[in-house]
Design a protein. Structure first.
Ligand SMILES: *Cc1c(COP(=O)(O)O)cnc(C)c1O
Length: 351
């Protein structure tokens, strides 16, 4: 029983959709129709009229491509961070020879608008920010920061891989918003979804293209121009994502968000009842999609026992937190009361 914060469990309907016989994605007009509809459904999930690209690759591809597609050598990028994924953006900026300014607070702490504002005394072309920092379980309140960035004309890139489809994401303030198939969408790992504003398209088109697979630019003349794909698309993954999005829209986004909130609350209440402490301790910072518990030095041992005895897999954390933080991923198809209850009661017995 997969209760990790991604990849999540994959519902049977999605798995069956992936098992269908494939169409030729480049030659079959019916595939193009399915794909166009899927793009429209994704716009509904994103709450935007912006184009939503689906790239053949894991969420990291969307992150790398956002830098590779928009940043020139020497460009200044403000990387706002309170976690591993936030810091990771700065690494991509360096890799592509840009100049990152890391504007960060310690992991698990709240982002601070004032610190961001003082960093903005310099001029930046782009800014990056993570909505849900999955390794710490923190959902960042990004709207005030995004508003400020937009007022200054900075292009905003948001990693919403582990929040999109589980709670509201303020896409209206985001130029490039990155989602992933294996988190709240609960389809197989392998696709990343990226919404691109008009402003972002202009930046992409004006940049000299020096990569292919990690660039959004080829999509402009291929799919958005001639209705061809820049490469053979991951057909079976597309079928899976399409069915996953159908399920989401059938349930209704409002209901899906409430289900996540309720599961998060249940998970935290059950955790507290067995003496666990939240990480970070302020519940208002915690994401509706993942709960992190502090288990000093024991965060590796508990999931091993849980898996061996009950066949339930939980996440630990990454980097310096890996021995101290245990995470329950109640996102997507994992976000059901009975699954959270079963997980937490098994965890209790292990503890
Ligand atoms: C999962 C995730 C990604 C994608 O990276 P993985 O290789 O799947 O870990 C990117 N950003 C965030 C915030 C994520 O949670």
């Amino acid at each position: 029983m997969l209760m990790t914060p991604g990849p999540t469990r994959i519902p049977q309907r999605v798995r069956q959709a992936m098992a269908r016989e494939i169409q030729n994605p480049d030659l079959d007009p019916d595939f193009a129709k399915l794909y166009e509809k899927l793009e429209e459904k994704l716009q509904e999930v994103y709450g935007t009229k912006n184009d939503v690209l689906i790239l053949g690759g894991e969420g990291i591809l969307g992150i790398e491509a956002s830098i590779a597609s928009m940043m020139n050598q020497g460009d200044k990028v403000l990387c706002i961070s309170n976690g591993i994924f936030g810091d990771g953006f700065a690494d991509f900026v360096k890799m592509y020879k840009g100049e990152p300014t890391l504007c960060s607070v310690p992991y698990g702490q709240e982002l601070d608008l004032e610190i961001v504002e003082s960093a903005m005394e310099e001029d930046f072309k782009l800014a990056t920010i993570v909505h849900c920092e999955t390794p710490t379980g923190v959902l960042n309140d990004i709207t005030p920061i995004l508003k400020t960035l937009k007022e200054r004309g900075v292009i905003t890139i948001v990693d919403a891989v582990s929040s999109l489809g589980g709670c509201h994401v303020p896409v209206e303030y985001i130029d490039v918003c990155i989602g992933g198939s294996q988190k709240c969408f609960s389809s197989a790992p392998g696709l990343t979804t990226v919404s691109i504003s008009e402003t972002a398209w202009k930046v992409i088109e004006n940049k000299e293209q020096n990569t292919y697979y990690t660039s959004f630019k080829p999509w402009k003349d291929t799919w958005y121009g001639r209705r061809e794909f820049p490469y053979t698309h991951l057909v079976s993954n597309i079928y899976g994502l399409d069915e996953a999005i159908n399920m989401l829209l059938e349930e209704g986004l409002g209901n899906v968000y409430s289900r996540h909130k309720e599961c998060a609350k249940l998970c935290r209440d059950l955790g507290r009842n067995m003496g666990l402490e939240l990480y970070p301790s302020q519940e208002r910072l915690s994401s509706p999609t993942v709960t992190a518990f502090e288990l000093e030095g024991r965060a590796r041992e508990i999931p091993v026992m849980l898996n061996k005895r009950y066949g339930i897999l939980l996440g630990t954390s990454l980097g310096s937190l890996k021995n101290d933080v245990l995470r329950v991923g109640h996102m997507g198809a994992n976000a059901h009361e009975h699954l959270v209850k079963e997980t937490m009661s098994a965890a209790k017995r292990c503890l």
